[in-house]
Design a protein around this ligand. Structure first.
Ligand SMILES: [Zn+2]
Ligand SMILES: [Zn+2]
Ligand SMILES: [Zn+2]
Ligand SMILES: [Zn+2]
Length: 160
């Protein structure tokens, strides 16, 4: 048997990129072109898609919203800090390290934090599972974090 050759994928690109024109405008995050706007914080092209966000859905499907909510770049701008956000001590103090690193390195950034500081993973005070603050649900009591599971367990005890 001959090894199957992977079919070369023919990529159909909608726009015929004619010659060596400067790259078409496209969203710096997802690469889509079309309905674009510039970010107020850093002036990059980004999907003008706040409308597609469903209120209280917490969906992360809006490039514009993601950048303006979940990045140091935007919060640095909103807080009117000085200089570059990558070097901003105020930003560093505004967030706990884990979130600071996430805000500075997640996929909603145009430029990512180089050399992000190290941090210890946050663990559930009850079951010791690692909680990724940016992704997982959790609750805080005093200085303790509880994963969603333990939070729900406790709530059902309280109820029952
Ligand atoms: Zn986009
Ligand atoms: Zn920005
Ligand atoms: Zn800042
Ligand atoms: Zn737990």
């Amino acid at each position: 048997m001959k090894p199957k050759k992977a079919k070369p994928e023919k990529q159909r690109v909608g726009q015929s990129s004619s010659g060596r024109k400067p790259a078409a405008r496209s969203c710096g995050l997802c690469g889509k072109s079309g309905n674009l706007t510039k970010t107020y914080c850093c002036g990059n092209w980004i999907c003008d898609d706040e409308d597609s966000y469903v209120l209280f859905s917490y969906a992360r499907n809006s490039c514009h919203r993601n950048h303006s909510r979940y990045t140091l770049c935007a919060s640095h701008y909103n807080e009117e800090h000085e200089g570059a956000w990558q070097e901003c001590g105020e930003c560093r103090e505004m967030f706990e390290t884990e979130m600071y690193v996430w805000y500075g390195t997640n996929e909603y950034n145009f430029a990512r934090l180089e050399n992000p500081p190290k941090y210890k993973p946050t663990k559930c005070a009850a079951c010791k599972r690692v909680i990724r603050l940016a992704e997982d649900g959790y609750s805080i009591k005093g200085n303790n974090y509880y994963c969603l599971k333990c939070t729900n367990l406790e709530q059902s005890w309280l109820r029952g």
